[in-house]
Every structure is written in structure tokens, then in C-alpha cells.
Design a protein around this ligand. Structure first.
Ligand code: FES
Length: 276
């Protein structure tokens, strides 16, 4: 289990500013359900004073994603855009009294949604020729993001980059590129290598799948009146049955996809989920 602060628990159980501002002046959307986390931030801005008078969020993510998004909206209210632009992921984590290091990517997602919202308000658009180089295809993380997060948070290892951006936490193909970027930034002779991914036995794999379903997935489904049951595990195939409200939910396909993505992320890249 993650060690959450009281503030994280409180904002997860009683999130503030959930939803969408009516006729928003600024909208920032980051992440994707396929990658496991997504956040939509909407802002109402007083044109006279340039102050943020209202901020709301919608997120698909874990407890810390909800708490981080809620913290961000609390930090934003009453601030001018200039002040808001200075908010960093560390400010979000500090507001929460800290986040488990493996969950720091939630605070980074908040900072990115804020930047996207401010850019949308200012009408900023990236010119087509400055398309970002994607380093981690599993989590759609660009070189620019890795460099920025590494510098702003003083990260020197691939594991830290994974904690803050998820990059490198899936198939691992991008790890050499991440190491090269870190080496370039910090001019280190040898950037520490991440721990080898241990091969799980079948029993360990099943136990881990059960644990992730119980800890990360079922509570979220149950919160919306849904549920699931683990039917069987055959090699990398995980058979589940959607239960309760999930049975008739038109978004059932997306739910199964996101469950598969979460299991790929936390158990093994070759997991395939089949709903029966
Ligand atoms: S490409 Fe980065 S973890 Fe797969």
C-alpha cells in the first residue's frame, strides 16, 4: 500500500472542485485513459483583473491523481495568471504534505494541465515544425518533458524519471534513451541503471494481479456503482467479468482497456484482459 498523507486521503475521499466550470475561459487536457491517467482542467478568469475566479477538474486516475488535481484547483483560485504560471509540481506535492515518490507523476500531470490551460487562454500553439520527439512510446513521454522534469526536480536516475513521468516503466525499450538524456543533462560518467525487471513466477503473477485489482481497480469501479470479478488467469491472459453497473455501461470497452493498461503497467507488459 502507498503511504498517503492525511491531506491526500482527505482530498481523495472529499475532493474539492470536481466537475467543469460553466463556459470556461481556459481548458487544459493532458494524459489519456489508455495511458492510465487523464486530467481536464477548466478555469474561469476575470478579464479585468486577470485573476482565476473558479477552477474545476475531471480526472481518470488513482487516489493521488484526484488529490493532486483537487490541490491544484485550490492553489489556483484567486491567483493571477502570472502567479498561476509559477506553480510547479513541487508546489502541488507540498500542498498535499508530500506524495509517495512513485506517485509524483500525478503532480506533474497537474502542472501540465495548468500549462495547457494557460496556453489555451493565450491562444498559444506549438508550430508544427517543433513537434516533440517521443522517447517513451508506452506512456507517450517526450524528450522535452523528460528534460524539464529532470532539471526542475533534480532527478538523476531512470527510476526517478519513471516515478515522475512513467517513462521507462513499461516495456523498458526507452531506458537507454532516458539514460542518454540524463547523462547529457548532468554530464554524469555513469547514470545509475534501473533495477532489472524480475521475472515473476506464475503464482507471484496471479497474486500481483489480484492485488492490483483489489487495491487499484475495484475501489474505483465500486465508487461509481460498478465492480468486477477475476475469473481466471492463463499465462498472460486475465479473464474478468464486469459486475453491477459496469455490466450495462456503454463505456465497458474503455473500462476493460484501462484495466489492461493498469495491469501492464504494474504487473507485466504482456498482460491481455478479456471480459466475459
Ligand atoms: S517505450 Fe518507454 S517503457 Fe516502453
Amino acid at each position: 500500500m502507498w503511504e498517503y498523507t492525511d491531506k491526500v486521503r482527505d482530498l481523495f475521499l472529499h475532493p474539492k472542485n470536481v466537475g467543469e466550470v460553466e463556459n470556461p475561459d481556459a481548458v487544459g487536457e493532458v494524459g489519456s485513459i489508455v495511458c492510465g491517467d487523464a486530467l481536464r482542467l477548466t478555469l474561469k478568469i476575470d478579464k479585468e483583473t486577470g485573476r482565476i475566479v473558479d477552477a474545476k477538474f475531471q480526472t481518470f486516475g488513482c487516489a493521488s491523481a484526484i488529490a493532486s488535481s483537487s490541490a491544484l484547483t485550490e492553489l489556483l483560485k484567486g491567483k493571477t495568471l502570472d502567479e498561476a504560471e509559477k506553480i510547479t509540481n513541487q508546489d502541488i506535492a507540498e500542498f498535499l504534505g508530500g506524495l509517495p515518490k512513485e506517485k509524483m507523476h500525478c503532480s506533474v500531470m497537474g502542472q501540465e494541465a495548468l500549462e495547457a490551460a494557460i496556453a489555451s487562454y493565450k491562444g498559444d500553439q506549438k508550430p508544427a515544425e517543433t513537434q516533440e520527439r517521443i522517447i517513451c512510446k508506452c506512456f507517450d513521454v517526450s524528450e522535452e518533458k523528460i528534460r524539464r522534469v529532470a532539471i526542475e526536480n533534480h532527478l538523476t536516475t531512470v527510476e526517478e524519471i519513471s516515478d515522475f513521468t512513467k517513462a521507462g516503466g513499461g516495456c523498458g525499450t526507452c531506458i537507454p534513451d532516458i539514460q542518454a538524456i540524463l547523462k547529457d543533462i548532468w554530464a554524469l560518467k555513469d547514470v545509475p541503471k534501473p533495477k532489472e525487471h524480475k521475472k515473476l513466477t506464475n503464482l507471484q503473477k496471479i497474486a500481483l494481479i489480484q492485488d492490483v485489482l483489489e487495491r487499484e481497480i475495484r475501489p474505483r469501479l465500486q465508487a461509481d456503482g460498478g465492480d468486477l470479478e477475476l475469473l481466471d488467469v492463463e499465462g498472460s491472459k486475465v479473464m474478468i467479468a464486469l459486475r453491477a453497473m459496469c455490466v450495462s455501461c456503454p463505456m465497458g470497452g474503455v473500462t476493460v482497456q484501462s484495466i489492461e493498461q493498469k495491469l501492464k503497467e504494474l504487473v507485466s507488459e504482456d498482460i491481455m484482459v478479456e471480459a466475459r
